[in-house]
Every structure is written in C-alpha cells, then in structure tokens.
Design a protein around this ligand. Structure first.
Ligand code: NAP
Length: 290
C-alpha cells in the first residue's frame, strides 16, 4: 500500500504562503500538510484546521531538520530580504537533502535564466544550487504580482497619476491567488513533476498606461501614467520612505519591464489552474473595493 505524500511549505505565514495552503486544503486533507514559518504562532488558524505547524527559520538552520522530517514534497517560497536570500535558500536546500525530500519545489522569477532584473541573480544562484543538490526539483518561475501595481491605486487616485519607469512595456501579471493555485496544482499533481520548469504569468499583458486608463474608466477620474527615468523614479520611492535596496529593486524591475522581461505569453499558469488568470478589469475592481 502506498501512502499519500506529505507536502510542506516554507513561508506559510506570508501572503503567498497563506494562499497556497488554502489552495492545498481545497485539494488534499489537512493531515497531509505541514505549514512552516519562522514564527509558528502566526499559523494558529491553520493548526486549528488540522494542518501540522512547525518552525523553520532560514536564518537558524538548526530549526530546519525537524521542520522537514518525514516530508515528501517541500515548497521553498523564496525569502523576502533582498541580498540575504542565497545563504538562506542554501540552508533550506541542504536541510531538504538531509531530510531525504523526494521533490523540492521553488518559487523563482519569470525567465530567471535570462532576466535582466537585478532580482534575478539570487534566483539564478538558488536554481543552480537546487540543480547541483541532486534532489528531484520543480521550479515555479513566478511573474509579477498584480498586487505590486494595484497597491498604488489609492496614491494614484490622490495624485491623478501612476509613476514608473516601465515605459510601454507589457507586463503579464497575475494575482497571488492565481500563483497560489498553480503552485497547489503542481504540488498535488499525479504526474511526475521532477525536472520541470514552469514560466508562470498572466494570460494577458498590460502596460501601466492601460492600468491608468482602466482606473480612470472605473472611477470616472482623470488618471494618467507618468513615465520617469530610473533614477528619478527611485528618488520618488526613496522620498516616500522605501529603503534604498527596495527602491532600487522596484525602479530596476520597471526598467526590465520596459525591455519585456516581465512579459510571457505561454499561458502555463492558466493551464495548471484550469481557469483564466485575473483580468485587468477585475484586478482594478478588486483594488478599488479594498
Ligand atoms: N513575483 C512578485 O511580484 C513578487 C513580489 C514580492 C515578493 N516576491 C517573492 O515571493 C515571496 C513570497 O511573496 P509574499 O507576497 O508571500 O511575501 P511576504 O508576504 O513578504 O512573505 C514572505 C514570507 O517569507 C517568510 N520569511 C522571511 N524571512 C524568513 C526567514 N528568515 N525564515 C523563514 N521564513 C522567512 C516570512 O515570514 P514572516 O511572516 O515571519 O515575516 C513570510 O512568511 C517573497 O518572499 C519574495 O521572494 C515576489
């Protein structure tokens, strides 16, 4: 008799992690799931649903062996501190290997192998380390979250403009719910996932001018997109209090978007979920309701 594999995810307290657990709960019994976080107390609601909660802190490798014990499939959700992520991910990969994980999944960046985004380097190094580990792996190269731009809707309404450096670059964004459902589909697939690399992105691509026009249409207000040089945009972001590394990363990512680095038309995401990704119209409507 074969038993159903146990699936664990890291970063389960994060915005994507929470949604992945919810998507997994719709597919498999809670008893097959392990949710890990550096602060397990954040996961009390999942424990109440029957999900096993364990501590896994990338900065404290001593927590990882017990976190991954008995796990078959492990999803490493990329860490959030830019510049610190490679050693953090290496600690997880090493512990996954020691625990005898049968499939290691990793949330990478769209077209990480060729992407000009500064963010891509940590993902490239992580992907290389995963491949070198000899563990069976599947890479989920996630495109841009719609929420990255939708979070700016209130400020855009206040000032009558979205700002950025993406020019007329087309961005195939999808929302976190879309990426979460795709991850859950891969983690529970009955088809062997080892060695697969998915480029995950929205079905349709949009420019920031189109975003501004849709917000204007739905609110009846005059909203435009003002494109700026990278350094000027970075200065705006610093001016609203973002840390240097984050401001640089956002401005640099917009320049990458202007070069098509956040565009993908393969529709692999909706193939995995079996439904279209969120449209521009619905994303904006959701943002306006929030
Ligand atoms: N594709 C995109 O547009 C995009 C945008 C933003 C981020 N990302 C990437 O996607 C990841 C998931 O996105 P998200 O929206 O879920 O981000 P998020 O809400 O910031 O969640 C990040 C998760 O990582 C956990 N974490 C951070 N440092 C950790 C550590 N040392 N040990 C263990 N866990 C740690 C956080 O735990 P705590 O709850 O304890 O803080 C949290 O659960 C991000 O971490 C980032 O790598 C992608």
């Amino acid at each position: 008799m074969t038993t159903s594999p146990t699936i664990a995810i890291t970063g389960a307290s994060g915005q994507l992690g929470q949604r992945i657990i919810e998507a997994l709960l719709a597919k498999v019994p809670a008893s097959r799931l392990v949710a890990t976080a550096r602060t397990p107390s954040k996961l009390q609601d999942l424990a109440a649903k029957g999900v096993e909660v364990r501590e896994a802190d990338y900065d404290r490798p001593e927590t990882l062996a017990s976190a991954f014990a008995g796990v078959d499939t492990l999803l490493l959700i990329s860490a959030s501190e830019i510049g610190k992520r490679v050693p953090q991910h290496l600690a997880v990969i090493e512990a996954a290997k020691a625990a005898g994980i049968k499939l290691l999944a990793y949330t990478s960046l769209l077209h990480a192998d060729t992407s000009p985004l500064s963010l891509a380097e940590e993902h490239r190094q992580t992907e290389a380390a995963i491949k070198a580990s000899g563990l069976p792996y599947v890479i989920l190269r996630n495109g841009w979250y719609a929420e990255n731009y939708l979070g700016s809707v209130p400020v855009a309404l206040q000032h009558g403009a979205f700002l950025g450096s993406a020019v007329e670059g087309r961005i195939s964004w999808a929302n976190r719910d879309d990426f979460a459902e795709a991850a859950a589909a891969v983690l529970t697939s009955e088809t062997d996932q080892a060695g697969r690399i998915y480029e995950l992105a929205g079905d349709e691509a949009y420019t920031l001018s189109e975003l501004a026009a849709e917000v204007a249409r739905q609110t009846g207000k005059a909203i435009v997109y003002n494109d700026m040089p990278e350094n000027a945009y970075k200065d705006v972001l610093l001016g609203v209090g973002l840390p240097e590394a984050v401001a640089s990363m956002i401005a640099n990512s917009d320049v990458g978007a202007s070069q098509g680095a956040l565009y993908d038309d393969s529709r692999q995401l909706s193939e995995l979920t079996g439904r279209p990704t969120i449209s521009l119209k619905d994303s904006v409507a959701q943002a306006l309701k929030a």
